[in-house]
Design a protein around this ligand. Structure first.
Ligand SMILES: [Zn+2]
Length: 469
């Protein structure tokens, strides 16, 4: 049992310490930032790079004129489709697809391909959850000159956020090292008796599974004008991109955050995704979701925070129903692309210090105002990493667990600095997540070594030292 790796005693304190640090940016800050108009002309490499990433579409390669000997195989489209399954490690589907073809019994190329996939599958290793790492980010900093502009939010951004440039380097390095994104739902599954059991992740030699998550993808009001995207949108082509508000008031559409960056990356490198699975987004609801102001308070006008009042004053044409409709469209497009959603509690609640009753009231809000947009989820990713139990396994005597379990939550994530932290009982999976942010990279670069070298990815526009927590 891997749980024995831990040193009990230190762990709970560690979570509490993290509770004060890790996710504070997503926290329920009830204050406005000064919204002065800044005229700052700064070279913005990060954003330019992000833009380039989407502008540089592969140029059309001229189709070679087939010579007399280069007759394309009539079964090539079949081979290509089978290959697309195999590229994402779904060898069974690749083989079944080939065998289902009427040509299969006669066609040597199809038979050879099926044999090849059978051999690859046989060489695969099965991965246990105990050996799978889980990394997470917050929304990514697009314009570092704005995030690190010396205002009162700079320290928090520097500690808890990652820049687009750093993220791209981390992901490229992990891909080069053979990492493959898997879902929490691949790691553990309910067996036919309804018991949570090990899932079956099979990867060829040289490949290593990991889970990717991102917290607080709400584009909270307090982040306005601080160099982050402002919302996710679906383009006419059905792709999910970010909207970014430029200094001149124009709006750019591009890969300004994790979701479109990973979508583009997987388009180029399908083998970075296990069977099409991508990351999971941990979502609150109090400022809406995905940059849309979908909380009921924006409709009723009740219990508004100052920055919500300011938002409504600045947007007299605000249309609540349209907002909900657009957010739902984005969520659906994301799910179709392999993304998943988790509750991060509605109000970014600290589940360690909140009572079971408070968590129930909070979760009812999530179910009422977030779930209709994002859909059902059985995953809760705790805000602040603040868990509902210490290292001891969950059980039904724990009123918080009993409540969450009764509402259908089966997967629970805290924050843990170890490479691996997992605990599975008959009815739940718990997994620790590692923050890859300014604080971790600055103070504990050795804790990132299994994934990348901090000096290779560090964004030099960060002010140093990164403030201590
Ligand atoms: Zn958070």
């Amino acid at each position: 049992m891997r749980e024995k790796r831990q040193k009990p005693g230190g762990r709970f304190l560690f979570w509490i310490a993290l509770a004060g640090s890790v996710c504070v940016l997503g926290g329920c800050r009830v204050r406005m930032l000064p919204f002065e108009d800044k005229v700052v002309e700064v070279e913005d490499d990060t954003k330019e790079e992000a833009k380039k990433a989407i502008e540089v579409k592969p140029s059309a390669t001229p189709t070679p004129t087939p010579g007399p000997t280069a007759t394309p195989s009539p079964v090539q489209p079949i081979l290509d489709e089978a290959a697309s399954y195999a590229l994402q490690y779904d060898y069974d589907s690749a083989i079944a697809f080939l065998e289902d073809q009427p040509e299969f019994a006669e066609d040597l190329a199809l038979q050879t391909a099926a044999r090849k996939y059978r051999n690859t599958k046989a060489a695969c290793t099965e991965w246990a959850g105990e050996d799978i790492t889980h990394i997470f980010f917050h929304t990514l900093i697009v314009d570092t000159s704005k995030a690190f502009d010396g205002d009162e939010d700079e320290a928090g951004y520097n500690q808890m956020m990652t820049t687009v440039d750093e993220f791209n380097k981390i992901i490229q390095t992990m891909y080069d090292e053979g990492y493959v994104m898997v879902s929490l739902h691949d790691i553990a599954v309910f067996d036919e008796k309804g018991k949570m059991s090990q899932g079956s992740i099979k990867l060829p030699p040289g490949k290593t599974p990991f889970v990717l998550s991102q917290d607080d993808v709400s584009y909270y009001h307090y982040m306005d004008d601080d160099g982050f995207a402002r919302k996710l949108v679906v383009t006419d082509d059905g792709e999910v991109k970010c909207e970014y508000l430029e200094d001149d008031g124009s709006v750019s559409i591009g890969d300004y955050d994790m979701v479109p960056l990973i979508d583009e990356f997987v388009k180029e490198h399908p083998d970075f995704s296990y069977r099409g699975h991508k990351g999971i987004l941990a979502m609150t609801g109090y400022n809406g979701v995905l940059g849309y102001r979908t909380d009921i308070a924006y409709k009723t006008g009740e219990n508004l925070q100052d920055n919500q009042i300011e938002f409504l004053n600045d947007n007299p044409d605000f249309d609540f129903d349209k907002e909900v409709e657009e957010a739902t469209r984005v969520a659906e497009a994301m799910k179709a692309e392999g993304w998943e959603f988790a509750s991060h509690t509605w109000g970014h609640r600290n589940a360690t210090t909140s009572s079971a009753e408070e968590l129930k009231v909070d979760n009812e809000r999530w179910e009422a105002y977030v779930k209709p947009i994002l859909g059902d989820t059985d995953v809760i990713i705790f805000a602040f990493g603040a868990d509902i139990s210490n290292w001891e396994k969950y059980n039904k005597e724990n009123a918080k667990f009993a409540y969450y379990k009764s509402r259908g939550y089966n997967y629970y994530c805290n924050v843990d600095s170890n490479r691996y932290w997992i605990q599975r009982t008959d009815d739940a999976l718990r997994m620790g997540r590692r923050n890859l942010d300014g604080y971790r990279m600055y103070y504990n670069p050795e804790m990132c070594e299994d994934l990348f070298n901090v000096e290779d990815v560090w964004d030099n526009s960060r002010p140093t030292p990164v403030p201590e927590m």
